[in-house]
Design a protein around this ligand. Structure first.
Ligand SMILES: *Cc1c(COP(=O)(O)O)cnc(C)c1O
Length: 230
């Protein structure tokens, strides 16, 4: 196992917070986003470092990793499941998490609704760029998709989530984040009680600063915060 020994999560967090502050100011945003430490690439030790640095939001994208971290970390964490979830694994995950970030199909919504023991806070994942490789509901289909979710009484649509493509074109990435924000504002204005849609989950290691400028409420950071062990 390759390991970067002098990786300092506390230091990384300070740098990230500085950048978030700068970019929120630049975008005229008054509230800093919550930082979710994405621990899918790292060991429990590194996840604990993040906890000790003051992080309380954690994100995992696989059942196994999620169970390991949940078991190992203290109880006062907020657990986010950020990856696509196979329908057959829903029952093992859905009542153990605080937020689900990858609702992108009705079959999944139906299964979550069936297995839920309480209201599940979900983000609808949107494929803003329209790339074939990206998961998520197409931007043009978001309204219809959310309307259809009304029948599932155990789901609450708290916001929208997206993953930007890997590119150096910052103005393109910003335009995608802006589109997601506009869509969020549009859904929020409908005042649906099952879909308050107040939150925006966007921004990863390479683009969290741009997401902050556009008003993200959750940024999901792995590599630049806790590193990547392989
Ligand atoms: C892995 C992952 C992240 C974090 O990626 P980094 O580039 O390491 O910051 C964020 N969101 C999702 C959905 C992921 O799968």
């Amino acid at each position: 196992m390759k390991r970067c020994r002098d990786l300092n999560v506390q230091y990384n967090l300070e740098q990230i917070e500085k950048q978030l502050k700068t970019h929120c100011e630049k975008g005229n945003i008054s509230t800093l986003p919550n930082v979710i430490a994405v621990t899918k690439y790292v060991t429990i030790d590194r996840a604990n470092d993040a906890y000790n640095a003051g992080i309380r939001h954690f994100g995992e994208n696989r059942l196994e990793g999620f169970q390991l971290k949940k078991e190992a970390l203290p109880d006062d964490i907020v657990m986010h499941f950020i990856g696509s979830l196979q329908t057959r694994k829903v029952k093992e995950v859905i009542n153990e998490i605080d937020y689900f970030h990858a609702l992108d199909r009705l079959k999944l919504a139906k299964e979550i609704n069936k297995r839920a023991e309480h209201k599940i806070k979900c983000f609808v994942q949107v494929n803003v760029s329209g790339e074939d490789s990206k998961q998520g509901v197409a931007l043009k289909d978001v309204n219809t998709f959310i309307e259809t979710l009304e029948q599932y009484e155990n789901l609450e649509v708290v916001g929208l989530m997206t993953m930007a493509p890997l590119t150096d074109d910052e103005s393109y990435i910003k335009s995608l984040f802006q589109s997601l924000k506009n869509k969020r504002d549009e859904i929020k204005a409908l005042n649906l009680n099952y879909a308050p849609c107040t939150e925006l989950s966007m921004g990863m290691s390479n683009d969290f600063h741009l997401a902050a400028e556009e008003g993200a409420s959750f940024v999901r950071i792995g590599t630049k915060l806790v590193g990547k062990e392989e």
